[in-house]
Every structure is written in structure tokens, then in C-alpha cells.
Unconditional design. Structure first.
Length: 392
């Protein structure tokens, strides 16, 4: 089951073997017989060198240094290395974390003046190599803590996932992941709940200096006109993009009001997504939703293949964010859409279920238009949110 607004391909791990179910419809289900899928064993496996810790697949040539960092990330489609010259990506950096007040809430700017790069060597191992997915495991010690990452390279996507588990036991330390790039631009783009916003990548003014860390919901992006790099997350919202380097805050060691609050095991995933053009020409929204809303896989007794979808939209920049029962109207559902790229758009919405009528509402589901019987067509201003109530 696909619970997003995008058609997507879904990777299934069944009894240790990978299967790819292609073209699962938006807000839809697709029933397949795994035995009838294309024999994925015919696809070429990724190449891995244990000596040099180098991997090559259809999308990338990747090299790891002894610390488990990416010393090379050559994107074949872009014909360029995404790592800044002489630098490494996925570098772990510790900062002293002693804010003047509100220990568990604040991060003071002066803390970032004293970075300490984690220099310990890592244990690097290829743990899975199927035709559809290659997984490299990196285990490294961080002071009194240990981090295990499963870095996943896909056949069907250029996204690279960093599935991370940390056994955290630090005090008054902030851990960030650092990604230096060769991208030199003055602004970066950050995802928010219904759209995105731009911020400068420099600290030239006092107000820019005060924004040394900012929030982003699903992704942050640094792009030239011809190519870019997005940093996706599934729950780590503290970002910074300074000059050509992306940072993601991962963990803190606050001691007040609860000294044990952050200690223990943490699990989260963040991803890198190199792409052509700016974020508008890429699939960053699709990849971010795919990361944050995993498909629902369930065995069924019906042996016939088939697919069904709730809603389709003819414009890629219009996202259906919400499908839910109406709060006040019986036998009705609410659909909420938003424009995601900052441009006026005319969109036709097709519901794949029988319905009697629809009407525009506000966010409180109060009517803004008369009841409509005609097909659903909506006009969006840049970043506009629209809600419709559908009577079934």
C-alpha cells in the first residue's frame, strides 16, 4: 500500500530476498505475486573491494576512508564528485554543548566555534549485495558511545540511506553529521510543512549569524542551476548550511531537567540525494515522502493481481497531504492539497471512488463555496493550501 501522493516503486524484503514492485499508484494498493516478478538475479550486482573499501553500482562510485566517511561520491549521471576536494562526507563532529540557560532546549552559537572531529577508525563491512540493494555497515566509537550505520545504495533510486543506531552516553556534547560539497551558491532551500523557504548560506549579517541552525521538516537542499544535493531526514530537524557545507544535528547530551533523558539507544535515518538541476527539477519531494512514509506490506489470500487508487493529480507540484474523515459531515472525507514549488498552477483532481459532490472549505472544514457536482479542478497560487470536502 502506497500512502503518499506520488506513484512509486516499492522494495520488498521477503525471506532474505529483494523484490521490486513498480508503479504502485498514489494513495493506492497493488497486489502482486512475488513469484511472477522479474527475476532480479539477472541484474548485475554492485562491485565491492574489501581492500580499498570502494563500491560501484549503476549510479555511483563510492570510497570510504578508515573512519567510515565518504572520501568519494561520484555521481555517474551528473559526471561529478559530490564531495568537496580534500574533504569527506558523513563526518561526525562533536561540539561542547553548555548553553547559558535552558540546557535541554538551547544551543549557543559559541559552541560551534570548538568542533572536534571523531577520529577513531571504523569497522567497515559489506553486509548485503543483491541486484536491487547494496548495504555497507559502518561501526564506530564516539567517546563513550557507539554508532552503527547501514548505508544503503539502491538499484531503483539514486537516494542513499544512512540507517543509524546509536548507543549514546555523552554529557554536554552535541553531535552533528557534516557534508562538504563542491556547490557554491548564496542560498539554500529548506522544506516546511506546506512548501519550502530559502535562507542565505553566509553569516554576513547579525541576523544571519543568529540563524546558525534552522529547522527543516523532511529535507534541506543546496543546488546550483545544473545540479544539487538534498539532505533528507525522518525525524532530525536541526539543519545548517554554511557556504558549501550541509550539517545535520543528530544527538545532544543535556543534563537538565533530566540527566538521563538522551542516554540509551536512538534509531533514525537520514539520506543523501544528488540530483540534476535545482530541487524543482528533481524528485526530492517524492524521495522525502518515500523515506518518511514507508509502504505498508501485507500478505493477502487473493491470488489475482490488481491495483486500485484513491486519487490522482495531473500536476507534479501539487501534493495531497491529507486524506481523512470529515469532522462535522457524516459520510464525507476531507482532502488537503498544497502547491510545493512556488508557482501558480491549475490542477485536475480525479477521485477513483464514487462520490456525490464536493466543495471548497477552509482548514476548519467550513464551506467556502457552493456544493459542486462537476469534476474537481483547483486553481493554486504559489504555496497555497486548499481543502475540499467530498460527500460519499
Amino acid at each position: 500500500m502506497n500512502t503518499t501522493s506520488f506513484e512509486r516503486d516499492i522494495l520488498i524484503d521477503h525471506q532474505g530476498k529483494d523484490y521490486l514492485v513498480e508503479h504502485v499508484p498514489a494513495y493506492g494498493v497493488k497486489k502482486v505475486n512475488l513469484s511472477q516478478l522479474t527475476n532480479q538475479d539477472e541484474v548485475t550486482l554492485s562491485q565491492w573491494s574489501n581492500d580499498s573499501h570502494t563500491l560501484e553500482n549503476d549510479h555511483y562510485i563510492v570510497s570510504f576512508n578508515t573512519k567510515g566517511e565518504l572520501s568519494r561520491l561520484y555521481a555517474k549521471a551528473l559526471q561529478r564528485d559530490m564531495v568537496a576536494e580534500g574533504a569527506t562526507m558523513n563526518q561526525m563532529v562533536l561540539y561542547p554543548d553548555l548553553p547559558k540557560e535552558f540546557d535541554a532546549w538551547n544551543i549557543d552559537a559559541h559552541s560551534l566555534n570548538h568542533p572536534k572531529v571523531v577520529e577513531t577508525d571504523a569497522h567497515i563491512k559489506l553486509v548485503k549485495n543483491t541486484p536491487l540493494r547494496t548495504v555497507v555497515e559502518v561501526i564506530r566509537d564516539i567517546n563513550q558511545s557507539q554508532m552503527t550505520q547501514r548505508i544503503i545504495f539502491f538499484k531503483h533510486s539514486t537516494r542513499i540511506d544512512f540507517e543509524t543506531e546509536v548507543d549514546w552516553h555523552e554529557k554536554h556534547l552535541l553531535l552533528k553529521a557534516k557534508f562538504p560539497t563542491p556547490i557554491h551558491v548564496g542560498k539554500a532551500t529548506y522544506d516546511i510543512q506546506f512548501g519550502n523557504y530559502e535562507r542565505p548560506t553566509h553569516l554576513n549579517t547579525s541576523w544571519d549569524q543568529a540563524r546558525f541552525e534552522v529547522c527543516a521538516q523532511k529535507w534541506a537542499d543546496l543546488s546550483e542551476q545544473s545540479f544539487g544535493l538534498s539532505l533528507l531526514n525522518n525525524g532530525k530537524y536541526g539543519h545548517a548550511i554554511q557556504e558549501e557545507t550541509l550539517y545535520l544535528s543528530l544527538l545532544r547530551g543535556s543534563q537538565y531537567p533530566a540527566p538521563e533523558v538522551d542516554k540509551g539507544r536512538h534509531q533514525f535515518t537520514y539520506s543523501l540525494y544528488p540530483h540534476q538541476g535545482t530541487f524543482r527539477e528533481s524528485d526530492v519531494y517524492k524521495e522525502a515522502y518515500d523515506l518518511n512514509y514507508p509502504a505498508i506490506i501485507q500478505a493477502v489470500t487473493d491470488k489475482e493481481n490488481g491495483e486500485e487508487s484513491l486519487v490522482t493529480i495531473d500536476s507534479n507540484n501539487i501534493i495531497c497531504e491529507t486524506v481523512k474523515p470529515a469532522e462535522t459531515q457524516p459520510e464525507s472525507i476531507v482532502l488537503r492539497f498544497y502547491e510545493s514549488e512556488g508557482k501558480s498552477t491549475e490542477a485536475s483532481i480525479e477521485l477513483k471512488i464514487a462520490y456525490k459532490s464536493w466543495q471548497d472549505t477552509n482548514l476548519l472544514e467550513e464551506a467556502l463555496s457552493d456544493i459542486q457536482l462537476n469534476p474537481i479542478h483547483l486553481s493554486f497560487k504559489p504555496y497555497e493550501i486548499k481543502t475540499i470536502l467530498v460527500a460519499l
